[in-house]
Design a protein around this ligand. Structure first.
Ligand code: FMN
Length: 148
């Protein structure tokens, strides 16, 4: 069975928890999903990756976390042909910032700009909401399963 890589970039660890919840929800539905830190994933493998999930928080003033930035930098430098790639996207942020969930928007724009097709809607966790990461991530993952 093809592996679905669940790629996360994080500053303080929340996105990794979300990645684990999404992988568990996918795997309970019979897929073979694997969590990988974005900084450990070789962008040149994206063209043949089939389907991936990208997850990132936003830091600073709308910036990408340090563990997301190298993936973005390599994407812009290598410009791989991603016409064969399908991806789903989930962002973590805080709506008290004007730059709410900017980083996942940046990644989504750049992946689609290289030809990748997004599955479903971008999921978002808002730290202000008080909702649990697991509840939001699991509900969103269930909306994506049927599209895989
Ligand atoms: C110093 C700091 C800056 C932040 N800047 C933003 C921001 O610009 N936009 C946003 O939506 N969230 C912002 N956040 C909220 C984080 O994205 C949110 O807390 C998220 O859950 C962190 O996930 P992580 O642990 O995976 O990095 C910021 C949080 C901190 C502590």
């Amino acid at each position: 069975m093809t592996t679905i890589n669940i790629l996360f970039g994080t500053e303080s660890g929340n996105a990794e928890l979300v990645a684990d919840d999404i992988a568990e929800t996918f795997n309970n539905a019979g897929t073979n999903a694997e969590v990988v830190a974005m900084e450990d994933f070789d962008v040149s493998e994206l063209s043949d990756a089939g389907t991936v999930v990208v997850i990132t928080s936003t830091y600073g003033e709308g910036e990408l976390p340090a563990t997301t930035q190298p993936f973005e930098d390599n994407l812009l430098a290598q410009k791989p042909d991603l016409t064969g790639l399908r991806f789903a996207a989930f962002g973590l942020g805080d709506s008290s910032y004007e730059t709410y969930n900017n980083a996942i928007g940046v990644l989504t724009k750049d992946l689609t700009g290289l030809g990748a097709v997004q599955l479903g809607e971008t999921g978002r966790h808002d730290a202000v909401s008080g909702d649990s990461f697991t509840d939001v991530a699991t509900s969103w993952a269930k909306t994506i399963i049927d599209l895989l």
